[in-house]
Design a protein around this ligand. Structure first.
Ligand code: SF4
Length: 357
């Protein structure tokens, strides 16, 4: 199920990114990192939603200092996002960060890079190189004339080269662009050029709706090619929404083992009961279920029973009521107002059975 393009496995806290491991879902806090209370609260909400690694900005000394306290109160690996200032990277590493996102070519003098790499080696902290189409090195823009996927891969190789020269290989790479075809081309070429795990993302993708569509379009192509070991959906929205979209995307490609799937019909003139509220409420309920079950909510007896039989549990609607199916067998008829409750009851039973096996 998790067959991915072969990459080097890289440890981030207690999680391994790459190798034959599942694709890891990440998000990033929107809070001021120095505000420990707000940052921890946001991370705990992300954890509950299924986020597996979380990133915070470390843009000043207070943020680097806050890492220590944040780490004590959360349960998933923490990543610091650092630009240019190697002292912030050193402080974050000292305070227990699990991964640093920093581009070694932007740190400046070689001694500074060596210092960061030494600290990372001592504590087993990996580095993510984050190539962004908007901030490519000047010599690459001069060479290619404008940002291209080739220039992005060359930029990644430039930063990788600096770390490899220092015998550092715990590297993860992202090549982000907001242009979907450009991101697809850059990641595809990168997957051919080196075997460090790739962190997928379409940067500045947009709001919840447009950003989800854009990210799914780009990342879906790559995931289907076996490319990508971890990903972040970037949305101008509550970061919990990023995790919801990421999980749905992974489910679409069978790349997640412990999530429930909802199948629901778009409805048409044959519908004789109020389906949308039932589907929405069940989807919300399933978001917290950690078992690979499939639940269907279908509008009528035309396709309903057939599809419901394909699912672990399902309903096929009738006039003001629904037929409840479980593993293809009709359990009973349920009045519309009791449908949600009946489905939840059956879902709970199924999850208990799954947990016992
Ligand atoms: Fe229409 Fe029935 Fe198909 Fe739903 S399942 S779209 S109600 S025919």
């Amino acid at each position: 199920m998790f067959h991915r393009k072969d990459t080097r496995p890289v440890r981030v806290g207690d999680i391994t990114i790459g190798g034959s491991n599942e694709v890891i879902m990440q998000s990033m806090c929107t809070t001021k990192t120095a505000d420990v209370k707000a940052t921890v609260a946001e991370i705990l909400r992300l954890e509950e939603a299924g986020c597996q690694i979380v990133r915070v900005t470390v843009n000043n000394a207070e943020a680097a200092e806050a890492i220590k306290e944040i780490k004590k109160q959360i349960h998933i690996p923490l990543v610091s996002d650092i630009h240019f200032d190697h002292r912030l990277a050193l402080a974050a590493i000292k305070n227990g960060i699990d991964k640093v996102r920093i581009n070694p070519g932007n740190i400046g003098k070689r001694e500074r890079v060596e210092e960061v790499v030494r600290a990372c080696k001592e504590r087993g902290v990996p580095i993510r190189i984050g190539v962004n189409v908007g901030s490519l090195e000047k010599h690459l823009i001069d060479k290619y004339g404008y940002p291209t996927p080739e220039a992005m891969v060359e930029s990644a190789l430039y930063h990788i080269g600096i770390l490899e020269e220092l015998d550092f290989h715990d590297i993860i790479v992202s090549l982000k662009a907001s242009d979907v075809p450009m991101a697809i081309a850059a990641y595809s070429q990168a997957a051919e050029a080196f075997n460090y795990p790739l962190h997928l993302g379409i940067t500045e993708a947009g709001t919840l709706f447009s950003g989800a569509v854009k990210s799914a379009a780009g990342l879906g192509v790559l995931l289907n090619m076996g490319i990508g070991s971890t990903m972040r959906i970037s949305l101008s929205a509550d970061p919990v929404e990023e995790i919801k979209v990421a999980r749905e995307l992974l489910k679409s490609f069978g790349l997640i083992t412990n999530a429930a799937t909802l199948v629901s019909c778009p409805t048409c003139g044959r519908l004789d009961f109020d389906l949308f509220p039932v589907a929405n409420e069940i989807e919300e309920y399933l978001a917290k279920i950690k078992a690979p079950i499939r639940v269907s909510v279908l509008g009528c007896a035309v396709n309903g029973p057939g599809e419901a039989r394909e699912s672990d549990i399902g309903i096929a609607g009738g006039r003001g009521e629904g037929l409840l199916f479980r593993h293809g067998e009709v359990v009973r008829k349920v009045p519309q107002e009791q449908l949600v409750g009946a489905l939840k009851e059956e879902i709970d039973k199924l999850v208990r059975e799954y947990e016992e096996t």
